[in-house]
Design a protein around this ligand. Structure first.
Ligand code: AN0
Ligand code: CP
Length: 324
């Protein structure tokens, strides 16, 4: 595997889940695979889970790890080509990337969405520049539009907790005071579409996700109807994807106080089939979900985070096997 961005890069999901199970049974099974190989993790944004779980995964495989926080200690980077660099940016990404490639064997990138230029974000411009100019295999640690390590960990978690062969999984929008990317819901939808689940999405009108990720999945604007019979509730906020109105890209469409009826509380959970609650974290309590729901025994937020180590170990193992 030379690039990990979409579910297709993973191939057969049954096989991927089998590898996840193998790693979970013995996470050090491939502890010499990464000997003398270096992972460089490049962060353009904050992170707790991705930073720790991906580093742990690399250590499981015997790799060395370098972490670069671009906004804390590196030169300020220009990302656009063709600009006259007379501002506050000292270095261009087009030199920085091949330089980074000199010091490592694999690169993980958290590039995040700018949420101002839809075309720039949805073209995954920064990720593809790394792929093109680093000369190394590259994987997404949440890019502008996708977060596949999260979606893979979520799929592993659903597989471990499902009570029927084809559980009902509901992705629900929930309120948040700041504009957030669509990367998590995009990847979650893409991976659920490829998995053997009954998948439904619910959100207020205007937050339609890009068809490239959701395909023809059922969108139910009535949150209560969507929740009926659900086995898993996956909550997440996202800003306007700008599918029907590109001018609204990255915006919050309504005053969030008006949207608080979308917060997942005990009444919402009572509409379901005693569903598990899921969220990728970090989560704002009282906005996305109430304390009682996230603290309930049916909440899977910590197992999901724990499975980030497993998903990252499988992905890095695949990458190392392909560069050997
Ligand atoms: C980020 C997001 O919504 O994409 C990271 C989630 C993994 N969340 C925040 O910035 C709060
Ligand atoms: N879920 C997740 O990716 O969290 P971080 O942003 O803390 O890495």
């Amino acid at each position: 595997m030379k690039s990990f961005l979409n579910v297709q890069d993973m191939g057969d999901l049954r096989q991927a889940l089998a590898e996840a199970q193998e790693i979970k049974a013995d996470r050090f099974k491939y502890d010499t695979l990464g000997k003398n190989k270096t992972l460089l993790m490049v962060f353009f944004n904050n992170s707790l889970r991705t930073r720790l779980s991906t580093q742990k995964a690399a250590m499981n495989l015997g790799m060395n790890v370098i972490v670069l926080d671009v906004n804390a200690g590196a030169w300020k980077l220009e990302t656009e080509r063709g600009v006259i660099m007379d501002g506050d940016k000292s270095e261009h990404l087009l030199e920085a990337i091949p330089v980074m490639g000199c010091y490592c064997d694999v690169i993980g990138i958290r590039s995040f969405a700018g949420l101002t230029d839809r075309d720039y974000d949805y073209a995954e411009t920064v990720y593809h520049q790394f792929l093109k100019y680093s000369g190394k295999p590259v994987f997404a640690m949440e890019t502008a539009t996708v977060h596949p390590l999260q979606a893979f960990a979520d799929l592993i978690t659903i597989e471990e907790h499902k009570k029927s062969n084809r559980p009902k999984v509901v992705l629900t929008w929930a309120p948040h005071p700041k504009s957030l990317p669509q990367a998590v819901p995009n990847s979650f939808a893409q991976w659920m579409n490829a998995a053997d689940v009954d998948f439904v999405i619910t959100h207020p009108e205007g937050y339609e996700l890009d068809p490239k990720f959701v395909g023809d999945v059922r969108v139910e604007y009535d949150q209560k109807k969507a929740f009926e019979g659900a086995d898993f509730i996956y909550a997440k906020n996202w800003s306007c994807p700008g599918v029907t109105n590109p001018g609204d890209y990255g915006k919050i469409l309504h005053d969030y106080h008006q949207m608080m009826r979308w917060t997942v509380d005990a009444e919402h959970m009572s509409w379901t089939n005693n569903a598990h609650f899921m969220h990728c974290l970090p989560v704002r309590r009282g906005m996305i979900v109430t304390d009682d729901v996230i603290e309930a025994p049916t909440s899977l937020v910590i197992p999901e985070a724990a499975n980030r180590e497993i998903s990252a170990t499988v992905v890095l193992k695949r990458i190392l096997q392909s560069v050997k």
